[in-house]
Design a protein around this ligand. Sequence first.
Ligand code: PLP
Length: 399
Amino acid sequence: MQSIIDDDQRYLFQNYGRQPIVIERGEGTRCWDTGGNEYLDFVGGLAVNVLGHAPKVVADAVAEQSRTLIHMSNLYYTKPMVELAKLLVENSTLDRVLFVNSGAEAIEGAIKLARRWGHDERDGAYEIIAAHDGFHGRTMGSLAATGNERYQEPFQPMVPGFTHVQWDDVEAIKSATTDKTVAVLLEPIQGEGGVNMPSEGYLAAVEAWCREKNLLLILDEIQTGNGRTGTLFAYEQEGVSPDIVCIAKGLAGGVPIGAVLASDALARHMIPGDHGTTFGANPLACAAGIATMRHIIDNNLPATAAERGNQLAARLNAMEDSVPGVTGVRGRGLLVALGLSSDVAPQVVAACRERGLLVNNVRPNAVRLMPPLTVSEQEIDRACDILAEAITAVTEGGG
Ligand SMILES: *Cc1c(COP(=O)(O)O)cnc(C)c1O
């Protein structure tokens, strides 16, 4: 284990604060390190492993596709991309799909589509309003959209054309709107910002404003999508019809992929030569996406996520009374954060890890849980037992 950590520190960019374990293998909600220690994985590859580790349907699809056609390029038509696009369109309110390779790239695609539309239809309007504490990625465009000074500051100057306003405040969006505003970009639930829930009706009010002012509503469902919050897309529960939806993370069950979904009227503004990426719509990634999407839909996993989410929330809510230092639960479905009364989340994460549970300190005072949609009732109970024990150990000074 140590030699791999040493070699990482010798050969890789040290741009991540990694946990000090080397994970070798995973199965379902569990994974094992090179020392043979077992963990319940409630990080889920950062909301990517929607079907758990090494899901058979994805492994089989990737194996089969890899023996048939791994890559071709967008100079030609291939079957997997068309099939995955059809699945996404038939199960959403959007009409067309642009495939990319990551979440940040999906946001870049959405930004370019919004600017393209502004260029053609709105007299060159280009400004995008986004929210403080929002997270949209680390590339220059998506970073400019990300409402977090700490991520932006070392990389100034930012791409121009982004304004940030208070999250969950529709009046702030109204005040920030100018003739140059082309779109509003929001997460339905802020993930990286700390699992921040909107007030009821917030997104619907934002949509009404967008319709009134002829602005595009872009939703970043990279973390909330793929069934995690109890419906395939979180926007379904908000009663809104976004113009553009970005997804990635869980879309292909662990294989890198991203997608921009848009209305037909909007998508038509992108013409040959406007945008593209070599690996976009890669057959291997799309085959994994088809297998993942089919499995989610055929087994009604969004409903399972809602059910297990309720169980998880009930257990965590009960901790508020029984475990000192726990201050609140937020989230929906299997995107949940547990608030702590002091900045001990990193210590709680370490104490959980030592007890066989992987969770993530999304804020200094909040622990995030994003297990696969296939997590069992018993696994949730076990994770909550470990979490309560770890918090107690940390707050009592044991660590
Ligand atoms: C993870 C995430 C991104 C960025 O996705 P990458 O694949 O890391 O580029 C963007 N938006 C949201 C809401 C995310 O959770």
